[in-house]
Design a protein around this ligand. Sequence first.
Ligand code: CO8
Length: 258
Amino acid sequence: MDYQTILVERRARVGLITLNRPKALNALNDALIDELGAALNGFEHDDDIGAIVITGSEKAFAAGADISAMADWDYIDVYKSDFITRNWERIKSCRKPIIAAVAGFALGGGCELAMMCDIIIAADTARFGQPEVKLGILPGAGGTQRLPRAIGKAKAMDLCLTARMMDALEAERAGLVSRVVPAERLLDEALAAADTIASYSLPVVMMIKESVNRAYESSLAEGLLFERRVFHAAFSLADKREGMSAFLEKRAARFTHR
Ligand code: CO8
C-alpha cells in the first residue's frame, strides 16, 4: 500500500511505523489514523512480525488531533462520522505488542495514542499532556480514562484541567512510561525491546498482552482465573516444549512461534 501520512518498514521480525506529517507535528487526521490502522492490520496478519513500534519525529510523536480539520466540525458532524471510535478501534484491537517510542510532544490524541500502545519508551525530550481544555473541548480518545489508570487521579486531573505538560522524567516517575533514554538512542532502544519481544513465542507474547490487559477490565479474582486458563493453554504449545527443553539442555531456545 502507498502511504501518505506514515512510513512503514520491517526490521527483521519488527514492524516499524513512523508517523509522518512533520509540518503539522504529526497531527492526527482521519487519513493518518486510517493508514495507521491499515499498517497495523498488515503486521497483525503477518506471521513474520512479532512486535510493532510506532514512533514520530524528533520534535513530535504527535501534537494531537488535527485542529484545522476539527475547527469547522459541529456536533452532528462528529456524531454521524463517529469521530474517533470509527478508525481508532484497530489500534486498540491489535493483538501483537506495540511499543510507542516517544520523542518531543505527545499531546491530546498523541498522548492518547501512546497510551493505547502496550509500552511507552520515552526520549528525554518527550513531553506529555492533555491540553484539550485550552481548545474548549476535552480528551476524546481515552485521556480521561487511561491517564488516571496509568498515573492516578491527582496527576491526571492536574494535566487534564490545567493543560500543563509533563516531562519524560515526571512521566516515568508517575508510571506512564517504562523507560527514559537519551533522544539519540530512542529508536534503537525501542527496536531492541521489540526485537527481544519478537524473539519469544508469538502466541505466548499475545497471551501475556491479553492477560495484562485483563487486569484493567476485571476484578482480581476474574483476572487470576483468566490468567490461569491461559497459563494452562500455554502448555499445549510447541514453543513451551522448546523453551523448557532449551533451558534444560543449556542452549538458546529456537521458537517456532506456534
Ligand atoms: N493540529 C493541527 N496542526 C498542528 C497541531 C494540531 N494539533 N499542532 C501543531 N500544529 C501545526 C501548527 O499549526 C504549525 O503549523 P504552521 O507551521 O502551518 O503554522 C506547526 O504544526 C508547528 O506548530 P507550532 O508552530 O505551534 O510549534 P511550536 O513549537 O511553537 O509549538 C506545540 C508546539 C506546543 C505542540 C503547539 O503546536 C501546540 O500547542 N499544538 C496543539 C496541541 C494541542 O492542543 N493538542 C490537542 C489537540 S485536540 C485533541 O487531540 C483531541 C483528541 C481527540 C481524539 C483524537 C482524535 C484524532
